[in-house]
Design a protein around this ligand. Structure first.
Ligand SMILES: [Zn+2]
Length: 327
C-alpha cells in the first residue's frame, strides 16, 4: 500500500476537525432536475401482460409519489392495442393521471423523424394523441409535451424547423433531454433475470446502472458548467420498465446526494439554457450535446457504456425478436 506523506495526513485531519459539515454538502451547488419516463405504457410492453404493466406502473408511481418527485410520462399509443388487454393498458396510463402525474406524446409507433418523410411523422404525432388526449381531458388537462423518439429531432435544419413549427401549431412544447444513462439497455436483461428469479444478475445490473448514472452525471454536469458557467435545470430520460419500478428509489437517493431537487418539466424548461441557439441535426442525442456542437465544440471523451450489458442485451434479442425500442 502506498503511504501518504505525514504532512498530507495531518492537513486532512486538521481540515476534518475544522469543517463541521462534509465538504461536498457545503460546497454542493443548487441543482434541479425534472424526471421524464418514455415508451409508456411500458418500454418492455411486448414482454408483458396488461395486468403486469398495471403492477409495474403502480410500483413505479408509488415510489415517485412517496418521494414527492414529479414526472411526465410519454406514450406510444400503438402499445395499447393488444387483443384482450386494451383496458388494462389504458388503466396503466390512467394511473399516471389519477396520481397527479402528467402524460405527453411520444408518437403513435415510436417513429423517428429522421427516418420517414415529415408529413408521415406528423401523422404519427396526431395518431398518438387519440387516447391520451381523451384521458387528459377527463383530468382537465391538455397534451402539451412531445418527446422525439430516439431523440431524433430532424435530419436537416429545414425538417427540424418545420417539425417545430408543426408541433407549436398543435400546442406542443418539445421535451428535451440532458441526462440519459440508457436504462432501456438494461431493461430487457433485467426483465428476463427478474422473471427467472436470478437475483445475482439483477443486483449486478442495478449496480452497473447506478454506477453508469454517476459517470453520466459527472460528465454532463461538467459539460453544463463549461457551456453555461452554471448547471441548468436538467431533464432526465428514463423508461417505463421493471428496473425503474424496482429501483427508482435508489436512483432518487443517488441524485439527492448530488444535491438535486426534483422539479416539474415546466419548471425545468423555464431555464434560459433551453432557449439557447440549437442548430443540431443528425443522429439523436442529448441537448447538452446539441448546444456544444452548435457552438462548434463537439463533446470529447463521452462516457463509455458497459460493454457486457450491451452483449447480454444482444444475446437476449437474438433469442427473442423483435428488438427493443431505444429511447
Ligand atoms: Zn422512446
Amino acid at each position: 500500500m502506498k503511504a501518504f506523506p505525514a504532512r498530507f495526513v495531518f492537513t486532512v485531519l486538521l481540515c476534518g476537525l475544522a469543517v463541521p459539515f462534509p465538504l461536498h454538502a457545503q460546497n454542493a451547488p443548487p441543482r434541479s432536475i425534472a424526471i421524464t419516463i418514455d415508451d409508456l405504457p411500458a418500454g418492455t410492453a411486448n414482454l408483458m401482460t396488461g395486468a403486469e404493466i398495471v403492477e409495474m406502473t403502480t410500483k413505479l408511481l408509488g415510489t415517485l409519489k412517496d418521494q414527492k418527485v414529479p414526472a411526465v410520462g410519454f406514450v406510444n399509443e400503438q402499445k395499447l392495442y393488444k387483443p384482450g388487454e386494451v383496458d388494462d393498458r389504458i388503466k396503466a396510463l390512467n394511473l399516471w393521471l389519477d396520481n397527479g402525474f402528467e402524460l405527453g406524446n411520444h408518437t403513435y409507433a415510436h417513429t423517428s423523424l429522421n427516418r420517414v418523410p415529415l408529413r408521415v411523422w406528423e401523422e404519427e404525432v396526431i395518431r398518438g394523441e387519440t387516447v391520451t388526449s381523451l384521458l387528459l381531458a377527463q383530468h382537465k388537462m391538455k397534451m402539451r409535451y412531445l418527446r422525439h423518439p430516439y431523440l431524433d429531432a430532424g435530419r436537416d435544419l429545414q425538417t427540424r424547423r418545420e417539425a417545430e413549427a408543426f408541433l407549436s401549431s398543435r400546442g406542443y412544447q418539445i421535451a428535451p433531454v440532458t441526462m440519459d444513462a440508457w436504462d432501456w439497455m438494461y431493461a430487457g436483461v433485467y426483465h428476463e433475470a427478474r422473471k427467472r428469479g436470478d437475483a445475482a444478475l439483477q443486483k449486478q445490473l442495478v449496480e452497473s446502472y447506478l454506477s453508469y448514472t454517476t459517470t453520466v452525471f459527472d460528465y454532463y454536469e461538467k459539460l453544463s458548467r463549461d457551456l453555461f458557467s452554471y448547471e441548468p435545470k436538467q431533464i432526465l430520460l428514463l423508461h417505463g420498465n421493471w428496473i425503474e419500478a424496482d429501483h427508482i428509489g435508489e436512483l432518487i437517493d443517488l441524485l439527492r446526494k448530488r444535491g438535486y431537487q426534483f422539479v416539474t418539466l415546466e419548471d425545468a424548461l423555464g431555464d434560459p439554457a433551453y432557449s439557447s441557439p440549437d442548430e443540431y441535426v443528425g443522429e439523436g442525442t442529448g441537448w447538452l450535446d446539441h448546444w456544444a456542437i452548435t457552438r462548434g465544440h463537439p463533446p470529447q471523451n463521452e462516457p463509455v457504456f458497459p460493454q457486457w450489458v450491451i452483449d447480454k442485451s444482444r444475446e437476449l434479442h437474438r433469442q427473442a425478436a423483435p428488438p427493443p425500442a431505444a429511447n
